[in-house]
Every structure is written in C-alpha cells, then in structure tokens.
Design a protein around this ligand. Structure first.
Ligand code: PEP
Length: 249
C-alpha cells in the first residue's frame, strides 16, 4: 500500500518571513492530515530556517536543486552535503524548468540522481512531455526515456519518488485530466517493473502541473496517482492544505 505524498515546490518565491510562515502552516496541515506525507521544497537559502521551523513535525524538507560534485569550483552552486547539513532529506531532480532553462540533459539528471542516492538523499525525479510531444503522440516514449535515463545509474528504487509533470500543465493553469494522468502513471509503473520488478508497485508516483484544490481530489482518486508535486498552489497555505486533505479522501 502506497502513502500519498504531497510536496510543495516553492520555486524562487518567498521571503525569509513568508517561508517560515508557510512552513508553520504546512506543519499544521500535516498534523491535520496524518495519513498523507507532506513535503516542502523552499529556496535553498531558506532551508535552515525552514528546517528549524518544521523540526519535530513529520513534514519532509526537500531542496529544489543541488550540484552532484562533493566540492569544488562551481560558483553559485550548493553541494548535496551542504543541502543535507541545512536540513534537506532529499531534492528534486529533472524538473522541467531545470531541463529547459538550465540545459539539464538526461545524462546530467542520471548523475544527479545517483549522487543524491549515494549520500542517502531522497530524490523526486520529475519527468514529462512538452505540448508538442503530446500532440505528436510521443508522450509515453518521452516519459519512458526520461525514466530509464534518470534511473540508469542506480540499482534500486529505494528513496525514489517519480513526479509526472506534463510541461504544458506547469504554471499554465491547464491540468491534465485525471484519465490522462492515470494513463501515464500506469505506463511509468509498468516501465519501472521491467527493470526493478516488484519494487515498482511500491513507488510513489506524484502528478504535477497546476494542481489546485478543485482538481486534486479527482487526480488523487486515480489508482496510480499517489500524490502531487505542487508549484503555485503550494504558496497559498489554505490551498495547499486543501490539496493535502484531498490526499486522504
Ligand atoms: C511544479 O513546479 O512542479 C509545478 C507543478 O508547478 P505548478 O503547480 O505551478 O504548475
């Protein structure tokens, strides 16, 4: 049996004060809905403050990005050890904004996933097709390629969550339908089973892309949708709380 996992990706938003306030609200929401796992991914600069705020709660702290090298001349980057020391227990890898705006290839994603797992950090591996790819009928091909490539350097699915995030639904207000999400989630699980066997049945596969309180319940009701990765709506504590609550229905 999989536990629904709802994680907020705050992207490059919040002030220190608003991040702490949002984190406090997430602790309350998580206590109100204990059957759902709650995570938050604040900007790296607020990780320590947020870690202190959520200490003692079951809210899981994720980084949005990190550099897989242990240390060195990588101006502006944070190593995974640094993120861990700041309180993160995992990080997002392969988010479409990292792929599209920062040129992260499948090979880079694979290196990042392997380095994170080697340090014991959880990974939320994001995959998803563009509108052009969906319209061209290659959604499953693209997603399978990203899943295979992203996990190429690891031997087990321990510590791995997959987030299916159609690029055309991120920050656009346009949601995949529950049926569209279920189709791709089931395909991802089948793909994982080819390489990882029975472990695939236990892997949490989140849906991400303009998830809102109004759409969360129908998405999360699908059998292979095990939670949500939430961008915009996670910045509104009431909306995020409603999405978490939808995971318990
Ligand atoms: C995301 O950034 O992972 C995301 C899904 O964003 P939004 O919910 O705003 O579409």
């Amino acid at each position: 049996m999989r536990t629904n996992f709802v994680c907020g990706n705050w992207k490059m938003n919040t002030t220190r004060a608003s991040a702490i306030a949002l984190a406090e609200a997430c602790v309350v929401a998580s206590r109100q809905t204990p059957s759902v796992r709650v995570g938050i991914a604040p900007p790296a600069i607020w990780l320590s403050d947020v870690a202190a705020t959520i200490a003692g709660s079951s809210v899981a702290l994720f980084a949005q990005n990190g550099h897989p090298a242990a240390s060195g001349a990588f101006t502006g980057e944070s190593s995974y050890a640094m993120l861990k020391e700041a309180g993160a227990i995992g990080l997002l890898v392969g988010h479409s904004e990292r792929r599209q705006l920062f040129g992260e290839t499948d090979a880079v994603v694979a290196t990042k996933v392997a380095a994170a797992r080697a340090l014991g950090l959880e990974v939320i591996l994001c995959v998803g097709e563009t509108l052009e790819e969906r319209d061209g009928g290659t959604t499953l091909q693209v997603v399978n390629r990203q899943v295979d490539a992203g996990l190429a350097e690891i031997a087990t699915l321990d510590g791995i969550t997959i987030a299916y995030e159609p690029v055309w639904a991120i920050g656009t207000g346009r949601n995949a339908t529950a049926a569209q999400a279920q189709e791709v989630h089931a395909a991802i699980r089948s793909r994982l089973a080819i390489r990882f066997g029975a472990q695939a049945a236990a892997v949490v596969i989140q849906y991400g892309g303009s998830v809102k309180p109004e759409t969360a319940a129908s998405l999360l009701a699908e059998s292979d949708v095990d939670g949500a990765l939430v961008g915009g709506a996670s910045l509104d504590s009431a909306a995020f709380g409603s999405i978490i609550a939808a995971g318990a229905l």
